[in-house]
Design a protein around this ligand. Structure first.
Ligand code: UD1
Length: 461
């Protein structure tokens, strides 16, 4: 933990060197059996929304269980650029947004992190004006922000998109958004969060119908309520928010990361290892646990916040369709695909949330998997072994899938594109080493077997 609190001149700690400048590769020698217990960090997607929501509060906010991630660092840098004070120590982040000196988020940062668009809701609610560059598309899909924009307009904001910047301001004399009845065409996580934050300080009652029900939406609502917001129904498809004029100081701890926990469950299954993990909220993993059980693994709750995976002797195929929560999470699709490559029989994976989220298929096939893609379907024919190979991570969860495949493969796997991994996994290598994996991060020049560097575009899930 001592490496976590190096305060920079920007007043926000530097968890890693610039990832894009990092030419490292991860070497994994597969075949080790894992054992032991792993500590699960705070949820990345909760942390990003909650840090944005701290802009709503003119008093001190203490946020605990903040994961050490490049994405979290970038979100902190956006707040710093807006003139907000941040201080990090270990996994505690103190934010004081009593003064917001800027209403325009910097393009260089927003373009690197889609979640940074979420500042538009709190900025508008607090300042009456917000200018946030369009986050743009990314490798997993086009990812528009139309639902965020339409919801803000329904609350009375004037929103124009000019020169790639979403410019929003509140019209009317009292400089407050107005409560509104909003129906989302799709239960978008980001749009639900943006609108919930904006409505927290609005004048009157807002309802969001067909809202996202993800646990991170509940975490954000709980954080806002701990500051005096009045949000009801988070976690259901209808959220009601009674606006209040002002929020107050809070001390809040982020929920554990269900995707990190899911990734470790798959790590146990794919390496035929028994590993346990905590803290977790087992209910957040219902769909993932159901699929693990279906293919022949056991998942046991040793305690209310502790899960253990007991792998079966052999695993069998299953079909998966990604869906909004409580369906199977798109953020676990790539990791589960890695597992199904080694499961007996044919599996069909259908990605319905993002239109271009099967790019890891080519890399898994390079390791000996047998996967064919047709549209948004991947047909996985189980093979008996994977073999280590040089591969390139194409996005965050794809990078985790390659790590998992590498842990199970025969021989050495070398993964390029580690900036994706660093965006979303808190010290994954340290945790895997403790469990008995054999891996190391080295500079690319030190990895003589690595193939020529293939550039992979940035992705920002
Ligand atoms: C969040 C998560 C991401 C997860 C995703 C789906 C964060 C920081 N990221 O992303 O890890 O994979 O939920 O569970 O929380 N859409 C529109 N218009 C909009 C908004 C979204 O068409 O205005 C579409 C998107 O293009 C996508 C789908 O809706 O196809 C789902 O997106 P959304 O739920 O908004 O995901 P994010 O909030 O971006």
């Amino acid at each position: 933990m001592e490496d976590r609190a190096i305060t920079t001149s920007h007043g926000f700690s530097e968890p890693h060197a610039s990832p894009d400048a990092d030419p490292s590769v991860l070497q994994i020698w597969g075949g080790n059996s894992l054992h032991g217990h792993v500590k699960i960090s705070g949820a990345k997607n909760s942390a990003l929304a909650i840090i944005a929501a701290a802009l709503l509060c003119p008093e001190d906010c203490r946020i605990r269980n903040v994961p050490l991630l490049v994405d979290v660092k970038r979100m902190g840098q956006i707040l710093t650029a807006l003139g907000v004070k941040l201080k990090q120590h270990d996994d505690i982040l103190d934010i004081n947004a009593s003064v917001i000196g800027q209403s325009k988020a910097p393009y260089e940062l927003v373009s690197q992190l889609r979640a940074s668009f979420f500042v538009i809701g709190p900025l508008l609610a607090r300042q009456g004006v917000a200018k946030v560059p369009l986050p743009g598309g990314c490798t997993i899909g086009a990812r528009p922000v139309d639902l965020h924009v339409r919801g803000l307009q329904a609350m009375g904001a004037d929103v124009q998109i000019e020169h790639g910047i979403v410019q929003a301001h509140i019209t009317g004399s009292n400089r407050r958004l107005k409560g509104a009845k909003i129906y989302l065409d799709y239960p978008s996580v980001g749009a639900t969060e943006t609108l919930m934050m904006a409505a927290a300080l609005a004048d009157g009652e807002t309802t969001i119908e067909n809202a996202a029900q993800e646990p991170e939406v509940i975490d954000l609502a709980n954080f806002c309520n701990s500051m005096g917001a009045r949000i009801r129904g988070a976690g259901t498809n209808t959220i009601a928010i009674s606006g209040v004029p002002k929020l107050h100081s809070t001390d809040y701890s982020i929920n554990p990361d269900r995707i990190e926990a899911g990734t470790f469950l798959v790590a146990g299954a794919i390496t035929h290892s028994e590993i346990s993990m905590s803290p977790v909220v087992p209910d957040h993993l219902t769909a993932v646990i159901a699929k693990l059980k279906h293919i022949g693994a056991q998942v046991i709750a040793d305690a209310p916040d502790c899960l253990r995976i007991i792998p079966g002797d052999s695993l069998k195929a299953t079909d998966i369709e990604t869906l909004p929560y409580p369906g199977f999470p798109t953020d676990m699709q790539a990791q589960f695909m890695a597992l199904l490559t080694l499961s007996e029989g044919n599996s069909l994976i259908t990605e319905t949330v993002f239109e271009n989220r099967l790019r890891h298929v080519a890399e898994l096939n390079r390791m000996g998997a047998d996967i064919r893609v047709k549209g948004n379907n991947a047909i996985v024919r189980g093979v008996s072994i994977l073999s280590g190979a040089p591969v390139v991570a194409t996005d965050l969860r794809a990078s985790a899938a390659l790590v998992l495949a590498g842990l199970a493969a025969k021989g050495k796997t070398t993964i390029q594109g580690l900036h994706h991994l660093d965006r979303g996994y808190d010290r994954l290598e340290v945790k895997l080493l403790k469990l008995g994996a054999s891996l190391q991060r080295v500079s690319e020049s030190a990895d003589v077997d690595s193939r020529a560097k293939i550039s992979s575009p940035a992705s920002n899930v």
